[in-house]
Design a protein around this ligand. Structure first.
Ligand code: GCB
Length: 603
């Protein structure tokens, strides 16, 4: 294997190869329902080499050599200029962000190389993929020294096909992971959370037959309570291939054939079907079979729609008792990924009597929506179009659209998900409107069964807020963030504020909150005490109780989370302290206030 650290040779070899492989185009598949497939885990220790000067890129400023990477490079006269040896390099755990694993990487942002060996015995007539749950932010993947795929976007899964490269027996992967923030990225330079870098979610090998199911959908038809419709999409199938769909608990067995695009459509009555809801989160086993591929899923059926300023779940108005939260690991900080992490986070939401959560500000880990399906918790999912991003840059739009596509594709069979959020607190401008308009159109065409929203900044004139941001035209449900009593005014003035809703759409107050350090007590007037936060919640709840078109709320935020923007020593210590629960799991006074309010709050 040629080691591409030799600059003279690199330039020539590189420019020709770059044109051929177009390293920047996203070349990834996304296998739907991959978590129900047999997998060989590649989790565990991976060798790692931080590369702050990007020596591994060679002479190219922003990406790896398409000619590949060996496991080591040693000095020989006239040989490579940079020497390394993965086998002798320290390891990082995968999944896991690098910042919270090593003190020396706590503030590290940039390029870091990962490597691990793996053994596999591929069967004939199969496809082999490496599945990544997420890699923050950009990844380029090499197997046995050869480039296989790249991916941009730190919070969504991707699959690299390695069928033609993998050997029977011993193989190795190199992953170049780059989490440098940049103007044209999504999110961009500034955000109020930690930019945890690395292979942050599980990695596995997935083996599929020649013809396989890459995507499917099954939903309740809008306006009906027992009519199901959907499709199964096959790769490698000619037209006329049979697809069987079976729902054992409903004694349903259906058959359909693929068209010239490999797509088989289903539409049938499902008499006796029990609808999924927070009170009754009924999931059905769905079994799909096409040729030698079979795939199971556990899904529930429900409708969600808007009528005037109401949100209807299964045709009935619902009030969304929610909470916002980051995918931050309870008790240890860092990016969360394990079943235990998500059980703790959603467990606290349940204790609060929530029927809804806002998974802010980027796609959370897949096992979270799966758990929400089981627990009966409705969910708002979001892409990281956060604050001011590069609205006129076509690459930025592409990356945002790609992340939206991946999120919808991953979760479009999860009954818990009712809202796709396009953005958070974006400053108003025609360029922003045009950018988000395109995202909203895309989401509607990819998933006509769910509602579109965004979290918008509330602007007050005196004590009145008029919810008329032009973005609202593109949304089904208006999310508005406000920080009365914290960034604006004092808590005791909150009940004086009034709200106008000229668009007449349902409104969710998608953020309000105040910082408090767990265990810090004092008068209600002292910021950062539990008493101040608690009083602010009481005043907010009083005001929000008078808002006639309010259909839900997701206060900011369930748990304290790390953010380099929060530097107040002794209080913040690099944590945003607006949690109702501290990063160590201590519940603050306001937790119980919201819990009590939600216990008595119905439609
Ligand atoms: C906001 C942002 C959120 C911040 C929060 C805060 O408006 O949407 O990401 O963390 O305010 O605490 O200031």
């Amino acid at each position: 294997m040629v080691v591409m650290f030799r600059r003279a040779a690199l330039c020539l070899a590189f420019s020709a190869a770059f044109l051929a492989t177009a390293v920047h185009a996203q070349q990834t598949t996304l296998l739907v329902d991959v978590d129900h497939r047999p997998q060989i885990s590649l989790d565990g220790p991976w060798h790692s080499i931080p590369d702050p000067y990007r020596e591994g890129w060679g002479s190219n400023p922003d990406h790896a050599s398409p000619n590949g990477y060996a496991k080591n490079a040693h000095y020989v006269p006239g040989g490579p200029l940079v020497q390394y040896d993965f086998a002798k390099s320290p390891t990082l755990n995968v999944p896991g962000d690098w910042n919270s694993q090593k003190d020396s990487l706590f503030y590290y942002e940039g390029l870091l190389w990962y490597q691990r060996d793996f053994t596999v015995h591929p069967k004939p007539h199969t496809h082999l993929f490496i599945h990544f749950g997420s890699v923050n932010y950009a990844a380029q993947i090499f197997v046995n020294g050869q480039y296989v795929c790249n991916h941009e976007g730190g919070y969504t899964p991707f699959d690299c096909e390695i069928t033609s490269i993998v050997k029977d027996g011993d193989n190795f992967i190199v992953a170049a992971v780059d989490d440098q923030r940049a103007v044209d990225r999504v999110p961009t330079l500034r955000m109020d959370w930690w930019n945890y870098g690395g292979i942050t979610r599980p990695v596995s090998l997935v083996e599929l037959p020649d013809t396989y199911i890459d995507d499917y959908s099954l939903q309740l038809k809008r306006g009906t309570q027992n009519q199901l419709e959907g499709y199964v999409h096959l790769i490698g199938a000619g037209p006329g291939t049979h697809v069987a769909l079976n729902i054992p608990d409903l004694h349903i067995e259906k058959d359909a054939v693929t068209d010239t695009n490999g797509r088989a459509e289903f539409s049938f009555a499902a008499p006796g079907i029990e609808l999924w809801s927070p009170e009754h989160p009924r999931l059905y086993v769905i079994a799909l079979r096409a040729g030698s591929d079979d795939l199971k899923d556990d899904i529930g059926f429900r409708t969600v729609e808007v009528q005037g300023d109401q949100i209807l779940l299964n045709g009935k108005p619902i009030f969304l008792r929610g909470i916002s939260y980051h995918d931050e690991a309870p008790f240890r900080s860092g990016r969360s990924w394990s079943d235990k992490d998500v059980e703790t986070l959603l467990g606290w939401a349940r204790e609060l009597h929530c029927n809804f959560v806002r998974m802010a500000h980027y796609p959370h880990t897949e096992n979270e929506t799966r758990l929400a399906d089981k627990l009966g918790i409705l969910a708002w999912e979001e892409i990281p179009v956060y604050w001011g991003i590069d609205w006129t840059n076509p690459h930025t739009l592409d990356v945002a659209k790609h992340q939206l596509w991946e999120l919808i594709r991953r979760d479009h069979n999860d009954p818990s998900v009712i809202l796709w959020s396009m953005s958070n607190e974006t400053p108003e401008s025609p360029e922003r409107n045009a950018f988000i308009h395109q995202l909203a159109q895309q989401a509607r065409s990819e998933d006509p069964t769910r509602l579109i929203t965004s979290a918008i900044v509330t602007h007050f004139k005196g004590t009145t807020a008029t919810l008329d941001d032009p973005l609202g035209q593109d949304l089904d449900v208006l999310g508005y963030n406000e920080y009365l009593g914290w960034y604006q005014g004092k808590p005791e003035t909150i009940p004086d504020y009034t709200w106008q809703n000229p668009l007449g759409k349902p409104v969710i107050i998608s953020e309000f909150g105040a910082g408090a350090k767990a265990g810090l007590h004092g008068p209600v007037t002292d910021m950062f005490t539990e008493e101040y936060q608690d009083n602010l919640y009481r005043q907010q709840l009083q005001m929000l109780g008078k808002m006639p078109f309010l259909r839900g709320m997701t206060p900011w935020v369930l748990m304290d989370f790390r953010s380099p923007m929060r530097q107040l020593p002794g209080i913040q210590d690099e944590y945003n302290r607006k949690g109702l629960v501290s990063d160590k799991g201590e519940k603050k006074k306001a937790f119980f206030t919201l819990q009590d309010y939600y216990a008595h709050k119905n439609e």
